[in-house]
Write a protein that binds this ligand. Structure first.
Ligand SMILES: *[C@@H]1O[C@H](CO)[C@@H](O)[C@H](O)[C@H]1NC(C)=O
Ligand SMILES: *[C@@H]1O[C@H](CO)[C@@H](O)[C@H](O)[C@H]1NC(C)=O
Ligand SMILES: *[C@@H]1O[C@H](CO)[C@@H](O)[C@H](O)[C@H]1NC(C)=O
Ligand SMILES: *[C@@H]1O[C@H](CO)[C@@H](O)[C@H](O)[C@H]1NC(C)=O
Ligand SMILES: *[C@@H]1O[C@H](CO)[C@@H](O)[C@H](O)[C@H]1NC(C)=O
Length: 514
């Protein structure tokens, strides 16, 4: 409730400027002059008192500055030069990917979008990168690109003295290339290399004619990758969207390119969008992020869970992570939720299967009635409801169909993964420190022209072909996945399906026919 009021006030106070500048500028202004920012900026900064003449003069100057820049730099929310479409690729860990263009001449990378980490990195000057020789490895036809510093005329080295260089322990001298190294939660999955500075190609969305924007960002030249990055996830780079200073959203807002906010939507058919500078709408539901100042993450609180007709009183905090395919829950919440689900399901439970990361799986007859499967809804801190559209996953092997409660039991970490985000647009409002969400199919407004239909055609989801356990392929994928992120497991071994059951039936049937 209070956040709604704050949002209203923000809009009212900036109203006079809206006409000529739209959301972006209004944000920027708020950002530079908000009381919070003044406090954070400390005593050295000579901030004018709010409402004073000086305040408005400075505002106006700032206005002019941005206005001038706006004419050639941006005119509305920003997105990647290849468009704001994202698409889920089942064979690559069920994550959402998009195409980004880096450097001069521009080189395109198909990167996974990850709110659970901060650094943007691409394969580069490879010591060990995902194989480029065997594209069939990814069951998805795209070419892997490899960045190199001397391949781009606009690349600059980031030295150890740069403020974004955090790994200084490994620096020999301040003039050296800044090294980086990031390990991820997925077992043995990491990237390391050096930081570089180059142009990320963006464009504005509001105007009829596309205005291209060149933004300098810092990213990792990933020379050594391990684990999932070598095959089942993000072989062509990972786009960290976190809250730390090094993430691209942080750099873009810091440099005045956009409001400190972005949105992502996740359509039920696997298509999505990403829009930088998007602050959402009045009628969205909201919940605050729990910020740990030492390591800020998109950490939210769930107060209550409703499973079918039952209220499960078990609150928890969790990372809100687009870079994790399935939701992970630790006890007690996991047990309470899954037992409540189980008690309401009418289908026959299947014996445990070590190849499936989910514990609660059931037989599904072809005439199953989807409305009998218990629904799932989360009450977030602040009271906002998030009705989970896809709490289950349908898995089909050659001769049977089953469905599982798509939650992985975790030892400690709670993660709201991408399967809980389907059917919504989420706004990561980093200025207000809230998560906003609203039902959205990603198609309401715009025409779609940019995503490859190959990846989203429901009749062909997923591109991974069914592999019957026991044959060579199955063993190979099994081996590959045992030491990688569990969440991508199902996709390698089975035809899996995220869609609502009806579509899923269609998809499975068609896949069997093909
Ligand atoms: C990007 O998405 C927004 C809405 O989410 C839409 O208004 C805009 O037109 C889209 N731009 C492109 C190029 O698709
Ligand atoms: C690129 O840089 C490497 C050193 O990192 C150098 O050995 C190589 O010759 C350069 N390649 C070109 C084409 O300039
Ligand atoms: C989320 O925040 C809570 C409280 O601030 C903390 O206890 C918890 O460890 C955090 N969770 C994650 C996944 O970072
Ligand atoms: C499914 O179950 C619901 C509730 O029991 C019922 O109203 C509906 O008619 C059923 N649908 C089908 C297709 O059997
Ligand atoms: C989806 O794929 C099927 C089978 O290949 C094809 O017949 C259909 O036209 C495709 N639909 C779209 C929208 O591309």
């Amino acid at each position: 409730m209070s956040s709604f009021v704050i949002f209203l006030l923000t809009l009212l106070s900036i109203f006079p400027f809206r006409q000529c500048h739209g959301r972006l500028f209004t944000f920027e202004m708020h950002h530079r002059f908000s009381e919070t920012v003044k406090k954070l900026a400390g005593p050295l900064q000579n901030w004018p008192v709010k409402g004073s003449l000086q305040y408005y003069t400075q505002l106006a100057n700032h206005d002019r500055f941005l206005h001038g820049r706006r004419l050639f730099k941006f005119d509305g929310p920003l997105t990647f030069s290849d468009g704001n479409s994202t698409f889920r690729i089942s064979s690559l860990g069920f994550l959402h990917y998009t195409t980004v263009t880096l450097g001069t001449p521009g080189l395109k990378f198909l990167v996974a979008l990850d709110t659970g980490s901060d650094l943007f990195w691409v394969p580069c000057e490879c010591g060990r990168c995902a194989s480029t020789d065997d594209p069939t490895l990814y069951s998805s036809d795209f070419e892997l690109s490899i960045y190199s510093l001397n391949g781009s005329s606009t690349s600059k080295k980031v030295t150890c003295s740069d403020s974004l260089c955090t790994d200084r322990n490994n620096c020999l001298s301040s003039n050296n290339h800044c090294p980086y190294s990031v390990s991820y939660v997925s077992s043995e999955t990491s990237t390391s290399g050096i930081l570089v500075d180059d142009i990320l190609h963006l464009r504005t969305e509001d105007s009829e004619e596309k205005n291209f924007v060149e933004a300098r960002v810092i990213f990792g030249c990933g020379q050594e990758q391990t684990g999932s990055f070598l095959d089942v996830a993000a072989p062509n780079g990972l786009f960290g969207l976190g809250l730390e200073k090094v993430s691209v959203p942080s750099i873009l807002s810091q440099e005045g390119f956009m409001a400190d906010s972005f949105s992502m939507c996740f359509g039920s058919d696997g298509a999505g969008r990403i829009n930088f500078g998007d602050k959402g709408s009045f009628d969205q539901e909201e919940t605050p992020f729990n910020i740990n100042p030492l390591h800020p993450t998109y950490n939210i609180s769930v107060d209550q869970i409703r499973v079918g007709t039952t209220l499960v009183d078990s609150g928890f905090t969790a990372l809100f992570d687009t870079g994790t395919s399935f939701t992970y829950l630790a006890d007690l919440s996991y047990t309470k939720l899954s037992e409540s689900f189980h008690s309401q399901v009418r289908d026959k439970r299947r014996p445990p299967d070590p190849r499936i990361p989910f514990e609660y799986c059931y037989d599904m007859s072809p005439d199953a009635n989807t409305s009998l499967i218990p629904s799932l809804s989360l009450t977030m801190s602040g009271g906002g409801q998030l009705a989970v559209n896809d709490p289950i996953i349908v898995i089909s092997t050659q001769n049977q169909l089953m469905y599982c409660l798509a939650i992985v039991k975790s030892d400690a970490l709670n993660i709201i993964g991408q399967n809980f985000m389907t059917g919504y647009r989420f706004v990561f409002d980093r200025e207000k420190i809230i998560l906003g969400w609203k039902k959205f199919d990603c198609y309401d407004i715009e025409k779609i022209d940019h995503f490859p239909s190959q990846s989203v055609n429901t009749t062909r989801v997923p591109p991974a072909v069914a592999v019957v356990p026991g044959n060579d392929n199955a063993e190979r994928s099994h081996e590959r996945t045992t030491n990688t992120r569990q969440s991508s497991f199902a996709s390698s071994v089975f035809q899996t399906c995220y869609l609502n059951l009806i579509n899923c039936f269609l998809a499975s049937l068609i896949l069997l026919l093909l």
